[in-house]
Design a protein around this ligand. Structure first.
Ligand SMILES: [Zn+2]
Length: 429
């Protein structure tokens, strides 16, 4: 039995004829992405049992009767994308604010004029359960069709006990009906809501003593927006520490609008990730690396806000910080469910190499969700989540722009999306 294989016996999934397999596990192939040419992937019970050269596929891994068999016809295969940061649960849209920004109105200016997050909070509170659930499920469907098989999603447009709980319930409802694996995060600290503008501590009391007990059972992580115009470092610390008492590990929106201390706080508290990091100096990057805190970069947001600023990749890279990518899908600053576009922007606008970007969109993002080794790579024992690309190389992801390159999306060893463009995905004999 080779390192590419964990067990013998019949398999219920076999993908053969892969021209280029990207395992995102360096030990299994060439380079940082662990690339294998002329490869096959076999799975049983939703987990990879073999990922390696097709010629080395052990004969005892024959497909069982009724197994899913796919011929990749020489195209490339990558792990299913992991989106490490989204705000999927919201009602309404802010297309008009987007258009105003294109005409020169700044994001913080729009926020001050009654737009921004507070406006989506009003839309979300006013939405019926059915509307909120359906909108969330539709966005999960779009993400899946573009190759995302695991996705983090936050509450944070409710900001009352009822509406934060309702947002996480809508997310759970949608997750049950979607093939995307959803990792829920409680973000009651997205903003101090308008009605508490003069009583910030009052809101944090509510969050700590009522919202967290109501929401923690539905969440895996707690998050806070630590930045200018949102929460201070002291307020964010209070939220993350309170979340920890409810068993929630921390994530933090940090250093997006300035060097506001969020990155240092995330490292100090051992957060699983610090997200945005458009401002991050050497000392902060070293602290993140030492704490094992993953840097989640959101290049779609900085691109669409047109600030001209991207996260300082060289500083993060030199410090050895693990990089992850997310769409930041939200109605204000980046309405996008496509990790393919995010990979392209990370390369073209964010300064990552194609290899760094793909690793950050899979294995790195899995680590930002505490799921490293379980999803985001095609190695024996990991979930059989993958994307058969309409292209012969992973380089098509940043290169062949603006079209959906996900031909077939597999989640847990089963076809979850198929654009039916000539690839057989039928159950075999
Ligand atoms: Zn965010």
């Amino acid at each position: 039995m080779t390192a590419a294989q964990v067990r013998a016996g019949p398999v219920d999934f076999l993908l053969s004829g892969i021209g280029q397999l990207v395992t995102c596990h360096p030990a299994l192939g060439e380079g940082p992405l662990g690339v294998v040419e002329r490869a096959a992937v076999a799975a049983a019970g939703g987990r990879v049992v073999y990922a390696g050269p097709e010629a080395g596929l052990p004969p005892d891994l024959a497909p069982a009767s009724g197994a899913t068999r796919i011929d990749a016809l020489g195209q490339a295969v990558v792990p299913g994308f992991v989106d490490a940061h989204t705000h999927l649960v919201f009602a309404g849209d802010r297309a008009d604010e987007f258009a105003a920004r294109l005409r020169g109105v700044g994001y913080e200016q729009a926020q001050a004029a009654g737009g921004g997050i507070n406006r989506t909070v009003r839309h979300t509170r006013a939405a019926a359960d059915a509307e909120l659930r359906r909108a969330t499920l539709d966005r999960l469907g779009l993400a899946l069709r573009h190759g995302t098989t695991t996705l983090e999603a936050k509450s944070g447009y409710g900001l009352t006990v009822t509406d934060e709980r309702r947002s996480l319930e809508a997310l759970a409802w949608a997750a049950e009906r979607s093939r995307v694996e959803v990792v829920p995060t409680f973000l009651g600290a997205h903003l101090i809501p308008e009605e508490f503008a003069d009583d910030r501590d009052g809101y944090l009391d509510l969050l700590e003593h009522e919202m967290l007990p109501a929401c923690a059972p539905l969440a895996s992580f707690v998050d806070a927006f630590c930045d200018r115009g949102a929460l201070t470092v002291a307020e964010s610390r209070r939220v993350l520490e309170a979340g920890a008492r409810h068993g929630l590990r921390g994530k933090l929106h940090a250093n997006e609008l300035g060097s506001t201390g969020g990155a240092a706080l995330a490292a100090e508290l051992g957060c699983v990730s610090a997200d945005h990091l458009l401002f991050c100096d050497q000392g902060e990057a070293k602290a993140l690396a030492a704490a094992g805190t993953v840097a989640v970069l959101l290049p779609g947001t900085s691109f669409l806000l047109r600030t001209g600023r991207a996260a300082p990749v060289e500083v993060l890279r030199d410090a050895g910080v693990t990089l992850a990518l997310g769409t930041d899908c939200n109605p204000g600053t980046c309405y996008c469910e496509s990790m393919q576009l995010v990979i392209a922007l990370a390369c073209v606008h964010g300064g990552l190499t194609p290899e760094e970007a793909l690793l950050a969109a899979t294995d790195g993002a899995a680590r930002a969700l505490g799921r490293g080794g379980q999803v985001g790579r095609l190695s024996p024992g990991a979930a059989c989540d993958l994307v058969l690309l309409a292209g012969r190389s992973y380089l098509d992801l940043p290169y062949h722009l603006g079209v959906n390159l996900a031909k077939v999306v597999v989640k847990g060893g089963r076809v979850a999306a198929d654009d039916a463009a000539g690839v057989p995905a039928e159950a075999g004999p």
